[in-house]
Design a protein around this ligand. Structure first.
Ligand code: PBG
Length: 331
C-alpha cells in the first residue's frame, strides 16, 4: 500500500521560485539585434526638432542625422528605418519627388552609408510623404489607382536601391507591387537587396502621430486609406496578403500595427515560418510613453511590450524606443 501523495504534485511555482531557475527556463529574450530604430529626416532643417505627438522623438536635419546614426551604431543598433519630411512645395498629386534620385531620402542614404557603412538602412516605399493629397498612391477620379501607382513605386524603389538602401520596404498596400519591384531589382542586378513587405498593414488610427511627424495628416484631411489598407476586423485576409507577398518574392513580411495585432503576428509566424517583423507604430509608442512620463505606468512597460512581440513570433521590431531600450539592455 502506498501512502497517498499530497496535493499538488505539480507546482509550477517551483520554476519561478529563484532567479537562476527563472533565467534557465525563460522561453524568449529581447536583445539589441531585435530592435530597428525608425528615424525622421526633415529637409532644410538645421539640427533637430521635437515632435510634440511623440515624446522623446525628434526630426533630424541632414546635418544632425550623422551624429545620431553614429550614436545608434555605437550602442549596437544594427538597423534604422528612414522616413522623409519633405518641403511642402515639393509635394504634387503624383508624388513626383519620390522618384527624384537627388531627393532628401536618397541623399540621406548616401550620406549615412558613407559615414557608417555597416548600418543597415531600411527605406519605405510609398508615395504619401510626397503627395499633395497625402495618399500612398496616384489618384484617378478620387480613387487610388493601383496599376498607375505601381509604375511609380518601382521607380521609387530603384532610386532607393541606387542610393544604397539595404532593405526596401513597400508600405503602400498596392496589389502586385512586390513582384514588380523584385523583377525590376533583379533586372538591374540588385540581387541582394532585401524586400521587407508591409504585408499585413491595417487601416489603423494608431498611425496618427506618424502622420503629424511626416506632415501628411493635413494633406490627407478627412480622407482615409480604407480603400487599400486592411480592415481592422480581418484576420484570414492577412494570411492571404502574406502568402501573396511571399510568392511574389518578399524576403521578410511585416505586420502593422503591432501590439493590438499580436494575434496576426502569431498566425503569420505559425502558418508560414518565414522571417516576420512587427511595427510598434507611433500611436502605440506615444500611448506608452505619455503614460510613463505622467508616472501612470512604470518605464518597464516599454521593454515588456517588446518582449511580447518576440513571444508572439516576431523576429525583429521597428520601435521608436529602440535607442532607449538598447541603452537599458547594455547596462
Ligand atoms: C506610410 C507609412 C505609415 C507608417 C509607416 N509608413 C503611415 C500610413 O500608412 O499612413 C506608420 C508608422 C507609424 O505610425 O509609426 N505609408
Amino acid at each position: 500500500m502506498f501512502t497517498k501523495r499530497k496535493f499538488p504534485l505539480t507546482r509550477l511555482r517551483r520554476l519561478r521560485s529563484k532567479p537562476f531557475i527563472r533565467d534557465m527556463v525563460r522561453e524568449n529574450i529581447l536583445t539589441g539585434d531585435d530592435l530597428i530604430q525608425p528615424l525622421f529626416i526633415k529637409e532644410d532643417l538645421k539640427g533637430t526638432e521635437v515632435i510634440p505627438q511623440m515624446p522623446g522623438i525628434s526630426r533630424f536635419g541632414l546635418d544632425s542625422i550623422e551624429n545620431e546614426i553614429e550614436e545608434l551604431a555605437n550602442l549596437g543598433i544594427k538597423s534604422v528605418a528612414l522616413f522623409p519630411v519633405i518641403n511642402p512645395d515639393k509635394k504634387d498629386e503624383f508624388g513626383t519627388e519620390a522618384i527624384n534620385q537627388n531627393n532628401l531620402i536618397c541623399n540621406a542614404i548616401e550620406k549615412i552609408k558613407n559615414l557608417v557603412p555597416e548600418i543597415i538602412i531600411i527605406s519605405d516605399v510609398a508615395l504619401d510623404p510626397y503627395t499633395s493629397h497625402g495618399h500612398d498612391g496616384i489618384l484617378v477620379d478620387g480613387y487610388v489607382d493601383n496599376d498607375k501607382t505601381l509604375d511609380q513605386l518601382v521607380k521609387q524603389s530603384l532610386a532607393l536601391a541606387e542610393s544604397g538602401a539595404d532593405i526596401i520596404a513597400p508600405s503602400d498596400m498596392m496589389d502586385g507591387r512586390i513582384k514588380l519591384i523584385r523583377n525590376a531589382l533583379e533586372e538591374k542586378d540588385f540581387k541582394n537587396i532585401i524586400l521587407l513587405s508591409y504585408a499585413a498593414k491595417y487601416n489603423s488610427k494608431f498611425y496618427g502621430p506618424f502622420r503629424s511627424a511626416v506632415g501628411s495628416s493635413s494633406n490627407l484631411g478627412k480622407s482615409t486609406k480604407a480603400e487599400y489598407q486592411m480592415d481592422v476586423a480581418n484576420s484570414s485576409e492577412a494570411l492571404h496578403e502574406v502568402a501573396l507577398d511571399i510568392s511574389e518574392g518578399a524576403d521578410i513580411v511585416m505586420v502593422k500595427p503591432g501590439m493590438p495585432y499580436l494575434d496576426i503576428i502569431s498566425k503569420v509566424k505559425e502558418t508560414f515560418n518565414v522571417p516576420t517583423f512587427a511595427y510598434q507604430v507611433s500611436g502605440e509608442y506615444s500611448m506608452l510613453k505619455s503614460a510613463i512620463e505622467n508616472k501612470w505606468l512604470e518605464p518597464e512597460v516599454m521593454s515588456e511590450s517588446l518582449l511580447c512581440f518576440k513571444r508572439a513570433g516576431a523576429d525583429a521590431v521597428l520601435t521608436y524606443a529602440a535607442k532607449e531600450i538598447i541603452m537599458e539592455l547594455n547596462k
